[in-house]
Design a protein around this ligand. Structure first.
Ligand code: PGA
Length: 270
């Protein structure tokens, strides 16, 4: 499998936490802290609430990618409360997260809805971060790989290899690992599932394209477990909640994992 040179992916979803002013402050500080890092080595992104997006885009100043936490699957229509790709585009937002665990399990989104959203996002040229993950019960019943294969195969049904190679990212976020009640997955477990995700992507798009799709781990990532996760095979980045909501804490995780990732990729540490 010939993998293109890969960079480290590090991002945070701030869920329903930061006001526009708080998001601006967080992103401005993160931008200042990370300004010396070569963007060829690091893909840094923040996914704030809809109402924070204009402030976030301004504060990021093109240095940090800004994404939306969700998106409707039509350009316009009778969908009260939904936000369309055209609305995001006009704000300068070119990335969207689809199928976060809280959308699926708290707000009851289905795999078929994720399919429509992924298809719409890619049609509009958005960088699309698809989240997948099994529940505690699915894990206990030994259904992790099956569950993830179903989520991927449905959500990605209409996606072409070219779209996947250029604009698809996947985040593995076990439902049982996320949030204050979550228990982080061990690095060994996460690596095993990431390998299974890569196999499904290979089946869908072929080996060369699958190798180009970054797979990020998320779910209670913290300064202690980040280093052991990032050195594992097929873990291309970390998608962090709580531990990244203070810019200096997030920056210190980035500083720790970037050289480890570079070593893993066979490059000289930065
Ligand atoms: P957490 O959130 O790091 O706070 O567990 C992860 C996520 O929901 O993406």
């Amino acid at each position: 499998m010939s993998a293109a040179p890969r960079k480290l992916y590090m991002g945070t979803n701030t869920k329903m936490f930061k006001t526009p002013g708080e998001a601006r402050e967080h992103i401005q500080l993160l931008r200042q802290l990370t300004q010396e890092i070569d963007p060829a080595l690091l893909e840094l992104f923040v996914i704030p609430s809809y109402t924070s997006l204009p402030a976030a885009v301004e504060a990021a100043d093109g240095r940090i990618r800004i994404g939306a936490q969700n998106m409707g699957w039509e350009d316009r229509g009778q969908y009260t409360g939904e936000i369309s790709p055209l609305m995001l585009e006009e704000l300068g937002v070119r990335m969207v997260m689809i199928g976060h665990s809280e959308r699926r399990h708290v707000l009851h989104e289905t795999d078929l809805e994720e399919e429509k959203k992924v298809s719409c996002a890619l049609r509009h040229g958005f960088q699309t971060l698809l989240c997948v993950g099994e529940t505690q019960m699915q894990k206990e019943y030994g259904l992790t790989e099956e569950t993830i294969a179903v989520q991927l195969k449905i959500a990605l049904r209409t996606v072409t290899p070219q779209q996947a190679a250029e604009r698809l990212w996947v985040a593995y976020e076990p439902v049982w690992a996320i949030g204050t009640a979550g228990v982080p997955a061990s690095a060994e477990y996460a690596e095993k599932v990431h390998r299974a995700i890569r196999r499904v992507l290979c089946g869908l798009f072929g080996a060369e394209t699958a190798a180009r799709i970054p797979i990020l781990y998320g779910g209670s990532v913290n300064p202690e477990n980040a280093p052991e996760l990032i050195v594992r095979g097929d873990i291309d980045g970390l998608f962090i909640g709580r531990s990244a909501w203070e810019a200096d804490r997030f920056y210190s995780i980035i500083q720790t994992v970037l050289p480890l990732f570079q070593q893993k990729e066979g490059r000289t540490a930065v």
